[in-house]
Design a protein around this ligand. Sequence first.
Ligand code: THU
Length: 132
Amino acid sequence: MELSALKEKAKAVAMNAHAPYSSFRVGSAILTRSGNVYVGCNVENTSYGLTTCAERNAIAGAVAKEGKVVIEQVVVYTPTERPASPCGICRQVIHEFCESDVKIHSYCDSDKVLDTSIKELLPEAFNLDDFD
Ligand code: THU
């Protein structure tokens, strides 16, 4: 799937964000190896710490549908002037479902784009091998 199509899906779902506390809407679209796309938006809570991010909500939907998920692309959209990259918790959760380095593209309402990857954003990640 084209990145522009993933961006449009992330942009559309950002409008459904439940963000009455921060007013910061985030949308995410995740392409999995099976070719499916899952979207998520941030869902805030009056008990602030219960907030869940757009990226993790998209991944939760993918796991619920597919069981074993391999992420191929991650797109984040914010209706802002500057693109935003995934928070630390989301980086670790994205990493959980990446078999190799995966590109992460952050879009916003200006022409600025942040193109990174999970290895760049989470070097030396904690993973299953660390259990040995
Ligand atoms: N947020 C996301 O949805 N994804 C991120 O990676 C960073 C932060 C949300 C959480 C909260 O609802 C709002 O953005 C402000 O932090």
